[in-house]
Design a protein around this ligand. Structure first.
Ligand SMILES: Cc1cc2nc3c(=O)[nH]c(=O)nc-3n(C[C@H](O)[C@H](O)[C@H](O)COP(=O)(O)OP(=O)(O)OC[C@H]3O[C@@H](n4cnc5c(N)ncnc54)[C@H](O)[C@@H]3O)c2cc1C
Length: 411
């Protein structure tokens, strides 16, 4: 490949021999028919080699945009290249919304869903659970359409790009809604120890942020319909807008004034027109059962002297349980501990391993799109339906068109 193509973070340089930008589903089909190896590049916001290939890398960003709202206005059919930011604006014009968003609108829907990307909220499951229909070109070149009537849908949605190239998805939508965002400074450790479940349930979406230099959390971000005033579990209202990462510009963040605004201008932490997060970083995340959330925080606290020097910020969120085979939230209401590390792989990897070691008794499940060092047998054991997923991949991609080294090791 003459052009140097990397993921968003720049820590992965793709080894593909060619990058394709097809402008029609027929062109995608022809590429698959050439036999691979082939991987789809979404918006490239994953931090590991899951999208890499030695063969053909295919971006669907050039497919014609599709946003088709169903007649009963409960679902929308979209193309496989659209980003959440574009979709959100189109839905809002229709008076519709998604049930939740990730921290950023920049990511492609197909790529986010393939890795079980999530937001926060004890009553809100991850973004992949909104998928009611999936259209993909399988390894045999067939255009497969799955709906909730098919038991395969729950296996194929969080598909890691393994069953095929997703060319269209149908998502559940809800009537548009307004939220307010509030930020609080310094959440006392004693409050977290006593009230973590109530805190995470005290809004549509709640995030705690800490840099682990101390035991208190630096901030809480709440997105909710109801107005708030005064202290929150001992934390004080912020005296101005904040960025989740200490020292980064607050203008990159969504409105925190407490004024109500449409869902897609409050649920993400970051605005579409600015760099999300720090921009120079690696990320990791592990999900544990919600009942073990405090134990997970205690476990990381026990090694915070190791964690803090390579950390920019850690975010604690809640995600409701689901039935998707490879979801980290499969049949488990979850608390997720996310880490925005410094952009230094050699310094970060040993600390990633240490975090995994202290979380191990709590049966952590890694975020598929981020950095983890858990050995493949441990990863497979963490997902009860992993064997069924292996069978599903064998059926839809019998000759391994979509395999790469990352998937070979995992599967
Ligand atoms: C700044 C930042 C903030 C983030 N915040 C969050 C967050 O709040 N919550 C969270 O859960 N995650 C978060 N993430 C992680 C991110 O959501 C995931 O890595 C997600 O997969 C990114 O989507 P993408 O389109 O960039 O995927 P890519 O990295 O491009 O691809 C991911 C996988 O999906 C496959 N894929 C992509 N498109 C298709 C397709 N059409 N058909 C078949 N396979 C496909 C790829 O081959 C690859 O295996 C964040 C990442 C960044 C960089």
């Amino acid at each position: 490949m003459s052009e140097r193509v990397t993921n968003w973070a720049g820590n992965v340089v793709f080894g593909a021999r060619r990058l394709h930008r097809p402008s029609s589903v027929d062109q995608v089909r022809s590429l698959v028919a050439s036999g691979g190896p082939l991987r789809v590049l979404g918006s490239g916001h994953s931090f590991n080699r899951m999208a890499d290939t030695t063969g053909d890398l295919v971006s669907l960003a050039g497919l014609p945009r599709v946003v088709e709202v169903s007649a009963d206005r409960t679902s929308v059919r979209i193309d496989g290249g659209i980003r959440y930011g574009e979709l959100a604006v189109a839905l809002e014009k229709e008076g519709l919304a998604l049930h939740n968003t990730a921290s950023l609108p920049h990511i492609s829907v197909a790529g986010a869903v393939a890795t079980a990307t999530h937001g926060s909220g004890v009553r809100h499951a991850n973004l992949a659970t909104a998928v009611s229909g999936l259209e993909f070109i399988s390894g045999t070149g067939d255009l497969v359409t799955l709906s909730r009537d098919s038991s395969d849908l729950a296996g194929a949605v969080v598909g890691l790009g393994a069953p095929g190239v997703v060319t269209a998805l149908t998502l559940d939508v809800v009537p548009s809604f307004a939220l307010r965002q509030y930020v609080y400074d310094t959440v006392p450790r004693a409050s977290i120890s006593e009230h973590l479940p109530e805190m995470l349930a005290d809004g549509y979406s709640v995030s705690l942020f800490t840099d682990w230099t101390g035991m208190d959390a630096n901030m809480a971000w709440l997105k909710r319909a109801e107005p708030m005033s005064g202290p929150w579990f001992g934390a004080t209202p912020a005296d101005g807008p904040r960025h989740p990462v200490p020292g980064r510009p607050a203008q990159n963040s969504t409105d925190q004034s407490g004024e109500p605004g449409p869902w897609h201008t409050r649920l993400p932490h970051f605005r579409m027109e600015f760099t999300p997060s720090s921009g120079a970083e690696l990320q990791s995340e592990w999900h544990v059962a919600a009942v073990d959330g405090l134990a997970a925080i205690d476990a990381v606290a026990s090694i915070r002297a190791r964690v803090a020097p390579v950390l920019q910020v850690c975010e604690i969120r809640a995600i409701a349980a689901d039935e998707l085979w490879l979801s980290p939230n499969y049949q488990r209401d979850s608390v997720a501990l996310h880490f925005t590390w410094i952009a230094d792989t050699d310094a970060v990897l040993p600390v990633v391993a240490s975090v995994e070691e202290v979380l191990e008794p709590l049966h952590p499940r890694p975020h598929w799109g981020k950095v983890f060092t858990m050995a493949p047998p441990s990863v497979r054991a963490a997902f009860p339906r992993f064997g069924d997923f292996q069978d599903l991949v064998r059926r839809y991609d019998p000759s391994g068109v979509f395999r790469n080294r990352w998937l070979d090791e995992l599967l």
